[in-house]
Ligand binder design. Structure first.
Ligand code: ADP
Ligand code: AMP
Length: 217
């Protein structure tokens, strides 16, 4: 099964993708995570992407579609994939069609997390992750069970993203509205879109997605 999680920054795509990795053994392909890894490693892609990401703008379609193609090549066909943060433009949506079809994969669902943009700033400025294993947390909405200790790996080191500030978030939201939301009709025309209330609490959102995916996986 191959699915896209679609929604603006802070909608909960990463949170829900990691749930699906845990419960269904699917693989999460997050272009944001892959780009941040490239920036950290100082690769050619990372060097090109860094300033664009810091500004909250979109990295080029060629770069992100390239890294998605490479990531899929490393996976067995039987492994289900969650696309998180990709595609973000019409060009990427078309590239994904080619990437999937040349690899014998098909898209099963596009799950749109419907959210109230006004409340996303709070989600984003309160977001942090474990510096060791990458598990995601929130100052208010998803605290570790023991304060200051990662639930997953026990690390006490956490980090925040440089682009998770109120100013950059506004650019990222504007990019979503201008370039990403317009790709929904492409998938609507194919009957693939399913909508979920992304403002419900994390467990409810997971349950709604689970009901959509049913026994597939
Ligand atoms: P995205 O990947 O779409 O940018 P995240 O999954 O990183 O968003 O979620 C952004 C922040 O909001 C995280 O800190 C996460 O813990 C929190 N969060 C995610 N889903 C919910 C939810 N349904 N209710 C409240 N907070 C949430
Ligand atoms: P995210 O982790 O999804 O919030 O992405 C963080 C940043 O990485 C974005 O603001 C963009 O600069 C860049 N990025 C991630 N995915 C893509 C994509 N599919 N297309 C273009 N830029 C992307």
């Amino acid at each position: 099964m191959n699915i896209i999680l679609l929604g603006p920054p802070g909608a909960g795509k990463g949170t829900q993708a990691s749930q699906l990795v845990e419960t269904r053994g699917m693989i999460q392909l997050s272009t944001g995570d892959m780009l941040r890894a490239a920036v950290k490693a100082g690769t050619a892609v990372g060097l090109k992407a860094k300033a664009v990401m810091d500004a909250g703008e979109l990295v080029s379609d060629e770069i992100v579609s390239g890294i998605i193609g490479e990531a899929l090549d490393a996976l067995p066909l039987t492994t289900g994939v969650i696309f998180d943060g990709y595609p973000r433009t019409a060009a990427q949506a078309h590239a994904l069609d080619d990437i999937l079809s040349t690899r014998g994969r098909t898209l099963d669902f596009v799950i749109e997390l419907e959210v109230d943009e006004a409340q996303l700033i709070e989600r984003i400025v309160g977001r942090y992750t474990c510096a060791k294993c990458g598990a995601g947390y929130h100052d208010t909405f998803k605290k570790p069970r023991v304060a200051g200790v990662c639930d997953v790996c026990g690390s006490t080191e956490f980090k925040r993203r440089p682009d998770d500030n109120a100013e950059t978030v506004r650019t990222r939201m504007a990019e979503y509205r201008a370039k990403t939301a317009p790709i929904l009709p492409i998938y609507e025309a194919r009957g693939l879109v399913r909508r979920v209330d992304g403002m419900a609490d994390i467990a409810h959102v997971s349950a709604a997605i689970d009901a959509i995916l049913g026994a597939m996986g």
